[in-house]
Design a protein around this ligand. Structure first.
Ligand SMILES: Cc1ncc(COP(=O)(O)O)c(C=O)c1O
Length: 434
């Protein structure tokens, strides 16, 4: 129920591209995700908490699969699990028939724990350790995406059997996104530049190896990309280089951007798939197996974070700080990239948002600001605040700054809320002490 003095208005959640599919505001003005009232979820699991709607993840995974099926191409969709390395999410995406990209021994461990067929695991990383490579060989993973000449010789030395590899290329294309998440440019710590002969050296090293076989090539231009044309250019440049080697596999990465604010209009999954497949079909005959590697666009909008407001500090003529019980320990992206988020008072979501606010975290840094200049409905201590679109690279980058335990992960679907990862305890914070 809207409180007295408040003006009811169109709710900002229903039909929003930012919130998980099917999210809405109920008659009491509470935000509903996956059929669950976030006020009840907060009461049961505490705050802050990451809340995911697995049905949203499944729908996006099916969009990828359907778009590729419609093109009738031999293909695989890999979940780029760095976006949200949560065992329960690996399971959801395995059930949806996806393969998986892991970028460390830890992600490999979780993918195996979630029951992925090792043959469907692809391992990335610009500095895989000998232990990580050994772990990959022992598990019998499908493919290693090699990233340096040292890694090629290290992998060949460690391998005790035949191993397929992809070469990670940097085609020299920089899409417009934050420089920290651009990865396809020549000046990159990732992969082998086509220009300058490094990629040729990688091919020669693999050809001279005892155990490694070149199955194909990989490139990933970066993340949160709306400008699809950059993929066309990258695929053309890759194809020119790769064609003479008749690759069996072309992995053209992930990177599709998502909506963080209600005015954002990212390209659809279908448009993204069509554009990449079109470009590959123009460049190759016969067409190699097409691999796509999405992370953010599978899980980003499926997750929200709920917080409790603890203090509201109005500095006259300056700004109003709304302090919540989390911050840069659960969502580093605003501090790392200046990323922008929306926010809403989740227990009074139908009320008009009239107070220009700055949502601050609880950490000992002035830069610990989750959302700048967002209109909130008269925020008060005890209110529940929700930030949508935190499903990707939120939990993944969570940390214990200021000794703050990491939040739990709660799955909401069909009106049932279940715990996927429990909240860290103070005991966990000292559990590794010796
Ligand atoms: C190699 C690789 N593949 C896929 C991804 C997933 O990107 P996104 O989450 O933007 O889809 C990343 C993330 O940066 C990456 O480094």
């Amino acid at each position: 129920m809207a409180r007295s003095g408040a003006t009811a208005h169109v709710d900002p959640v229903t039909g929003s591209l930012v919130y998980p599919l099917g999210s809405t505001v109920d008659a009491e003005g509470h935000v509903i995700v996956g059929g669950c009232d976030l006020v009840d979820v907060a009461r049961e699991f505490g705050t802050p908490a990451y809340v995911y709607a697995p049905d949203d993840v499944r729908a996006r995974a099916r969009s990828y699969a359907d778009a590729l099926a419609a093109r009738g191409v031999d293909s695989e969709v890999l979940y780029a699990s760095k976006a949200a390395p949560i065992t329960a999410l690996y399971k959801v995406l395995r059930e949806e028939g996806l393969s998986v990209d892991v970028a460390s021994g830890g992600e490999l461990h979780m993918a195996l724990a979630a029951g992925f067929d090792p043959a469907r695991i692809y391992m990335h990383g610009n500095n895989k350790s000998a232990a990580e490579l050994k772990m990959a060989f022992d598990a019998g993973i499908g493919c290693i995406v090699v990233d340096s000449l040292e890694e090629i010789s290290r992998a060949d030395w460690l391998a005790d059997r035949h191993q397929e590899v992809l070469i990670r290329l940097t085609p020299g294309v920089s899409p417009s996104t934050h420089s920290y998440v651009q990865t396809g440019q020549i000046d990159s710590k990732f992969g082998f530049a086509i220009e300058g002969g490094q990629a040729d050296q990688a091919i020669a090293a693999i050809a001279a190896s005892r155990h490694l076989e070149l199955a194909g090539f990989h490139a990933h231009l970066g993340s949160q990309i709306y400008e699809l044309d950059s993929y066309v250019r990258a695929i053309e440049l890759m194809a020119e280089f790769c064609r003479p080697h008749s690759p069996r596999i072309m992995n053209v990465g992930g990177g599709l951007g998502i909506a963080y604010s209600r005015t954002d209009r990212p390209p659809s999954i279908e448009a993204y798939v069509d554009l990449k497949v079109d470009a590959l079909e123009r460049c190759f005959d016969p067409l190699p197996k097409v691999l796509l590697e999405p992370g953010r666009s599978l899980v980003g909008n499926a997750g929200v974070t709920i917080y409790t407001v603890g203090a509201v500090k109005e500095i006259p003529g300056v700004r109003t700080y709304v302090a919540v019980d989390g911050g840069m320990s659960d969502n580093l992206r605003p501090m790392l990239y200046g990323s922008e988020y929306e926010a809403l008072i989740a227990n009074r979501a139908a009320e008009e948002a009239t107070v220009l606010s700055t949502v601050a975290g609880k950490h000992c840094e002035s830069g610990d600001i989750l959302v700048r200049d967002v209109a909130l409905a008269d925020p008060r201590p005890g209110d529940l605040l929700v930030t949508p679109a935190t499903g990707a690279y939120g939990y993944a980058m969570a940390n214990n700054y200021n000794g703050v335990p990491r939040p739990p992960v709660v799955f909401c679907g069909d009106g049932r809320a279940t715990l996927a990862v429990r909240r860290e305890t103070y005991g966990d914070l000292v559990s590794r002490d010796v």
